[in-house]
Design a protein. Sequence first.
Length: 498
Amino acid sequence: MNKEILQPIDKLAIALIVTLSLVIGFLVWGGNVCGTNCLFHTGPKVSNFSWQNKKIGREERAFLLTFDRPMDRSSVEKNLIIEPPLPGKISWSGLRLAYTLETPVLYGETYQLSLQGAKERFAAGNKSGEVMEPYVSQFSSRDRAFAYIGSQGEEKGRLILYNWTKQQKKILTPADLIVFDFESYPQGDRLLFSAADASNNSNALSSLQLYTVTTGLNSYKPEEQSPKIKLILDNQDYQNNKFDLSQDGKIIVVQRINRHNPKDFGIWLIREKTSPQPLNRSIVGDFLLTPDSKMLAVAQGEGIALLPLQPQADPLDFLPRFGRVITFSSDGTAAVMVNYNTDNPKLRYTRSLFYVNNQGVQKELLNVKGSILDCQFNPTATHLYCLLTQLQSGEEYREQPYIAEIDLETATVTPLLALPEYQDSKISMAPDGLGILFDQVLTGEASQAVNAPTSNSGEVIINSRLWLLIPPSTDSDNSAKHEVEQLPFIGFRPQWLP
């Protein structure tokens, strides 16, 4: 009987199989039997951290830590450290820990998350739970930055970006365009703006076109640092007026008038990668997109209509008490609106500011003999900051502008700063609550400047200053003072980037 002869390659394969089998068996035995000091033992691990090496902004309010096995939850909560500190609340679902922030992250920061000394929940036999391997990870917040329109020198009429974190200023638009207004996309990587050709300064307001420009913000790629401009909407057949950008950056609404038929006017809708389409040809009042990007709040007669973003659709709701929506909270659950008090003879020539939420609450915050120019929620929507005016006594009609803080729970109004001058002023609250940007604008006759931007009333802006107001902490007592700083920039309409 002939015996089978093993070839050298067969012997090598058998040797490898035996060796690998022994190694696998030893690893399994070592990981389950030999205890915490075993050379091959592996303790519990963090298998995923949702913010690892990411840049986050105000919209990110919670992260997830996922473990590879059940953990002793108290040992995890006790040993979880974030530096700089980020107060928050912990909840669990199976192997996942969710950490929800109490306030948005501070911009321009690098954070380190570390966890060591935590134990698994179950252990073999009567032994204590195994201690996890030390875990360290980092994440960062977006750069603190804002944009504004320049008003002097080479910056006149151009869109300017200032990266506060990196102390860098960048001109985003060319000298042959005069910028009139702008809004930021949700990541701050692009700005949507209206502008006219600088050579057509006398008819600039009637020749506006819509563009986007890249900012290079929060990008480390050299090729993305140079601004790139793209035309979004031309002015050939229609005059473009007011516009609004949805909070998710996917929808633009524009008020337009047909150049050949003035009776053809209304709101047009531009969705991503689609051509502009008429939405409603009867809207002439002020409008604002809701934060969920599904409706348009429009001033219509003696009330606010909530219109779905469908051509010629009927309103889904109507709020008859109000004549203007000033702003929404970032989560869309609340808004502030103005009642012009036209139906109350006792309140004639006054305006009332109301807090309105999705639970049916309509709460009056203040009543002024003057104007309510602008308001912004703080990041946690507990306070409101408003630019108001108060009618002064005397023969000459004069309104005194000031910035006030309003506690939304108590309706307490605290004046913070009186402004000696204002024209078309707006305020902008930082996404992390650092402070409020505002401007002071000096206007003049058209003959005083060439190729200069204009105010909403058509006056030429010949000079302007930018200011930062840092309000007292909402947790401080009434004696705490605010801080005001003039910024070293000459421009107007400053806006923090999200």
